[in-house]
Write a protein that binds this ligand. Structure first.
Ligand code: FES
Length: 458
């Protein structure tokens, strides 16, 4: 079962109440991860009347199951961005994410944040060539990276590419702190408040408890934006599930690491309440496409023991991350015909800086402030270039898994979003949908959207 170190060591705080009456607001945000909280904070600071609704508890989704790296080193990305979007846009992506990291540093305290070097490493000649190409991109963009050979990890590395003095966070404590600041600035936050229906034309939301929210602007910060995305982004997001395990460690690492070769591995340590934990991740697959998922935790456990000489893991968790076909998230108005509905998604596993950067973009749009990144992150941008292939692959996946919504009882129940067949995730004990990433608990209730209705398990 999912047992996230971050969620288990969250600050003990009084939960936010569920919504218990009809309300109106300037901006309603659905989704209480870092993305929704950052939007609430930025807008409340502008004096906007903002409400945030979370169907479960704050930060229990992607943020609470992340690796907690707040860095501009988003794996190998800048060489590809230059190729795809050109120098200026690649630089803009770097700038907005750097600004997001600096924002995090400006308010976090205690165990919420720590400085760490971000390091990419290769163990093959091909990987080293990739690192050299990425370093060239760093030079062109003015990113302060250094090529090297060795690292503090007990692994033979061929080359490293390091950005000194980046940041790692405790994503849940960090998010809890930001939520507190948002409330101080005037935001209203409600947990255990499940939005089940939307009437976007009338700008009305309806909760499972039969309350209405009248809004002027709506921001969807759910994992895979619910219903509103039918026929729009559905063909343009792929969803991956990745696995993380942690074990008690004696020494903190100076760096946070990602391998560029296969199998992909991500390594960091964290110090919480006087104890050090070692985190290993990288096992991943397309969401909902595997049944025997325990194998991924087993591989991580073996490596923790054999390579890092650590005891078997004490926490393990998995995260689900949507990606766009062209590396840049979607953040902004959903379409010109609905300029008051915004989405924020597709962070490609780099949601901690990207969610803050996206929140800046959306909040600037809402208050009418210029932001150079609006066009780059626009959800209706076109020109996927070489990444179109991935978009088509995603489409193919949807078509292949789509059953037409017929409730035919088989050993895999039909997803209530758009009728794809779910698969049982043995390790996490959930039904996962491969089409747009909905997840359901053992009893059929919704764990993650876009689905809003429970599975029929009868
Ligand atoms: Fe869309 Fe299942 S999540 S069909």
């Amino acid at each position: 079962m999912n047992n996230s170190l971050w969620l288990q060591t969250a600050y003990k705080k009084k939960p936010f109440p569920p919504l218990d009456k009809d309300v109106t607001c300037d901006v309603c945000i659905i989704g209480g991860g870092l993305s929704g909280i950052a939007n609430a904070y930025f807008l409340a600071k502008e004096g906007i009347d903002v409400i945030l609704l979370e169907k479960d508890t704050l930060l229990s989704g992607a943020t609470g199951n992340s690796t907690g790296k707040l860095t501009v080193q988003h794996d190998l990305v800048y060489a590809d961005l230059i190729k795809q979007f050109g120098h200026d846009h690649a630089k803009l992506y770097y700038d907005v994410n750097r600004k997001a990291m600096d924002f995090g540093r400006s308010f976090a305290e205690g165990d919420e944040l720590r400085s760490a070097d971000s390091v990419l490493f290769s163990q093959s000649r091909y990987g080293t060539e990739q690192l050299k190409a990425e370093k060239q991109a760093y030079d062109v963009l003015g990113i302060p990276g250094q090529l090297g050979r060795s690292s503090e990890l007990p692994l033979k590395t061929d080359a490293t590419l390091t950005i000194l003095n980046e940041t790692q966070i405790h994503p849940v404590r960090f998010g809890q702190h930001l939520a507190e600041l948002a409330v101080k600035a005037g935001a209203r936050i409600f947990e255990q408040t499940d939005v089940q229906l939307m009437d976007l034309k009338k700008r009305l939301l309806y909760t499972a408890n039969k309350h209405e929210i009248q809004f002027r602007n709506l921001i969807l910060c759910t994992h895979y934006p619910i219903e509103a995305l039918r026929g729009l982004q559905i063909l343009k997001l792929s969803v991956n599930r990745s696995y993380i395990a942690s074990a008690p460690a004696n020494m903190p690492l100076q760096g946070q690491y990602i391998s560029v070769d296969k199998p992909k591995r991500s390594v960091r340590t964290v110090h919480i309440d006087g104890k050090t934990h070692f985190l290993l991740s990288g096992e991943a697959h397309v969401a909902g496409m595997e049944k025997e998922t325990h194998i991924h935790y087993e591989r991580l456990s073996t490596e923790l023991k054999d390579i890092y000489q650590l005891e078997p893991f004490n926490y393990r968790w998995s995260a689900q991350d949507p990606s766009t076909p062209d590396l840049i998230p979607y953040a902004g108005a959903i379409s010109t015909s609905m300029p008051y509905v915004f989405i924020s998604t597709g962070y490609r596993k780099w949601g901690l800086t990207n969610s803050i950067a996206s929140a800046r973009i959306i909040s600037d749009q809402i208050v009418g402030r210029e932001n150079k990144a609006i066009a780059l992150y626009a959800p209706d941008r076109t020109g996927f270039g070489s990444f179109l292939l991935q978009a088509l692959r995603n489409t193919g996946l949807v078509l292949k898994e789509f059953t037409g919504g017929h409730i035919t009882r088989t050993d895999s129940p039909i997803c209530t979003h758009m009728g794809c067949r779910t698969r049982w995730n043995e390790a996490d004990q959930t039904w996962d949908c491969p089409c747009h990433g909905s997840r359901f608990r053992n009893d059929g209730s919704v764990l993650e959207g876009p689905a809003t209705k429970p599975l029929d398990l009868s």
